[in-house]
Ligand binder design. Sequence first.
Ligand SMILES: Nc1nc2c(c(=O)[nH]1)N[C@H]1C(S)=C(S)[C@@H](COP(=O)(O)OP(=O)(O)OC[C@H]3O[C@@H](n4cnc5c(=O)[nH]c(N)nc54)[C@H](O)[C@@H]3O)O[C@H]1N2
Ligand SMILES: Nc1nc2c(c(=O)[nH]1)N[C@H]1C(S)=C(S)[C@@H](COP(=O)(O)OP(=O)(O)OC[C@H]3O[C@@H](n4cnc5c(=O)[nH]c(N)nc54)[C@H](O)[C@@H]3O)O[C@H]1N2
Ligand code: SF4
Ligand SMILES: [Mo]
Length: 726
Amino acid sequence: MTTAHRTCPLCQAVCGLRITLDEADRVTSVRGDDKDPFSRGYLCPKGASLGRIDEDPDRLRVPMIRTGDRWREAGWDEAFLAVEQGLGRVVREHGGDAVAVYFGNPTYHTMAGFLYRVPLIQSLGTRNVYSSGTVDHMPKHVAAGTMYGDPFAIAVPDVDRSDYVLIIGANPLESHGSLWAAPDLPGRLKALRRRGGTVVVVDPRRTRTAALADEHLPIRPGTDVVLLFAIVRTLLAEDLTSVELDVNGLDELRGLAEEFPPEVAERICGVPAADVVRLARELAAAPTAAVYSRMGGSTVEFGTLTQWLVEVVNVLTGNLDRPGGTMFARPGTLEVYRTGQPFQTGQWHSRVRGLPEVLGELPAATLADEIETPGEGQVRALVSIASNQVLSNPNGPRTERTLRDLDFMVCVDPYLNETTRHADVILPPPRILQMPHYDFLLSIVTVRNYARFSAPVLPLGPDQRSEAEILKRLTLIAAGAGAAADPAGVDEMFLGQLLEGATQMPGSPLHGRDVAELRAELGLQGDSGEELLLDAMLRFGPYGLSLATLKENPHGIDLGPLQPRLKELLCTPSGRVELTPPTMVSDVDRLRTRLAGPAPEVLLIGRRQLRSSNSWLHNVPSLLGGSNRCTLHVNPADVARYGLGDRAVVRSAKGELVVEVEPTDAIMPGVVSLPHGWGHAGSRQQVAAGHPGVNKNTLTDELTLDVPSRNAVFNGVPVTVAPYAA
Ligand SMILES: Nc1nc2c(c(=O)[nH]1)N[C@H]1C(S)=C(S)[C@@H](COP(=O)(O)OP(=O)(O)OC[C@H]3O[C@@H](n4cnc5c(=O)[nH]c(N)nc54)[C@H](O)[C@@H]3O)O[C@H]1N2
Ligand SMILES: Nc1nc2c(c(=O)[nH]1)N[C@H]1C(S)=C(S)[C@@H](COP(=O)(O)OP(=O)(O)OC[C@H]3O[C@@H](n4cnc5c(=O)[nH]c(N)nc54)[C@H](O)[C@@H]3O)O[C@H]1N2
Ligand code: SF4
Ligand SMILES: [Mo]
């Protein structure tokens, strides 16, 4: 029997796990690692099922090649050659932009997904870069980018020291936190209350988080922007602000907020005016307070305005960048994603809808247009990494149709599922326990500074390739070097660019140093390219860590509580915090227009499920059943009002679904909720096939977007509900 320690990669809570395996390398138990200084033994039901998830017999082990409807297993050389030929043909005949690349959610967790994203994009030389960022958190980046200059300046509630947390459209008790990384957020929120602090939740549903909170305010979906405007107005009108930072735009902000008195918020949001005023006063009076918002305030039509006003309230109450308020973590590695240059968007535009690039990406919601619409620059091939777009992108059925039209598609994915079944080649990464792990990106949003490296627990079999090798070989293929070229070349290229960038960036600890000398300092150590790159980023990072130090501390290293650091991150042209960036001001016009229109009778929202992870954990029997089912939550008053039975028909501008009705007074009248990631059809996930559910994104609209970020809209979709007659 062996015992291994590693970070759980299944959500953003970064829990340390203690895993035991038998002689046959089967996982016999998964417990929380009580020696982890950050997670202290915490784990959730998903983490406890990591062994079952990892040992799923339906996971692919070797590459798959499709001919017509038939799949067959293939060797790696043959599979890479097929990719070289497939992509090569498209690039030769149609140019680099004809190949699109899509990075799905797990690429934010894997080392390879972080490290080889830029090399792959550069080698492809395509403008058609897409990711789950634009179906998720792009509004946050745009808000931070326009206000602070740095789109990665993402502040998190300093929950362990805060006196008051206002949670708008997030459910950390089930999601375990998002852009707010902390093991056991439920426990941390409970501890905050035990200390005498206050938790308030704004959500159309009485979620588990709302049930834990001191107060739950139901709100009409999509209207949080108005609630926040009314809070801002109250803070300004009652002189409750304590702005400690150098800011621009206070007067303009006052003017904008003037239109949204608490009575308007009451009419539009359904939150009583007196409660709005009280919220503002409480936020101002609390010794420290933090406002936080995620999916319910991001994947909505005014997602960026909402995220902007969240930041504005934190600035106005003096809580941004101070202990107990919202703070910026300091990751253990060199922060290669920070450019030090003011944030800009629109360096290029999408061909069909003319949508601007944001953070080097085009909106996921327009990929279907780019595939479908003929002409110069049409997308004809797709490299899809860790994404199930048919279930995760707005208008899933259209997404699926367009995937069938592609000349060539390669997926890097462990499953043959709703999306990968349209590929020509599937390249499976190894099992989780065979991968190294380091949270490059989540370290940006942890509530304490923390570093932990997990070495692979199990070796690769001779018939397997690491995810790093797969992505490096795709990079080499895209660069025209061929699948047989040496993958280490990609690491050296990356390292060279990293050191080049860091030595040139003003303010970087490596500014002015010599690249060759730095490279020599690193030597050649590291078992893999991923480890070499991690080691470089640790050594040149702010704490002078190294891979060796992390390996000596397998339970992780606590790097202390968050410290103020806005001054160092701020890179607006004015050198001040911009309270009214032009992008936001002009989008208020769109808000006015929307508010002048009619309000739909029923709005559809989503919900995350505790024992699930988007689309890909429905094949694990221990995680299914109970609350993890694809049902439509409907308030009993609406069940009666629309005469619903066990099933209902939900219709939107885009499509219709027959769904199972689950009456619950936890959801407010006029709102229905359906989880996403279901609708398992045509996959080779045998367990999931027995619990298919329906694809919520049949109802969502790829044409309605949040304008500043071009993020997709999943919450607040107008629908009708009617009884289902067989
Ligand atoms: N167990 C589990 N954990 C997960 C995931 C998972 O699938 N399962 N997915 C992971 C991912 S990819 C992400 S991005 C995070 C997301 O993390 P969260 O954002 O915390 O998760 P959601 O359940 O989407 O929470 C959104 C909440 O907003 C509410 N809401 C909907 N519309 C509105 C609105 O207009 N206004 C307000 N105020 N509220 C609204 C919903 O009722 C819901 O409770 O979770 C991550 N963690
Ligand atoms: N209606 C609606 N739609 C939504 C949302 C919503 O709230 N409502 N949420 C949106 C959000 S926040 C997100 S993040 C997206 C998520 O949507 P996607 O980005 O499509 O991610 P998943 O659905 O998690 O699918 C992950 C895929 O990666 C594969 N995979 C798992 N582990 C690995 C790995 O280690 N390596 C590789 N290469 N592949 C792996 C899985 O088999 C699966 O095919 O969905 C979005 N879509
Ligand atoms: S909370 Fe997230 S990181 Fe922690 S054990 Fe559960 S799935 Fe893993
Ligand atoms: Mo997400």
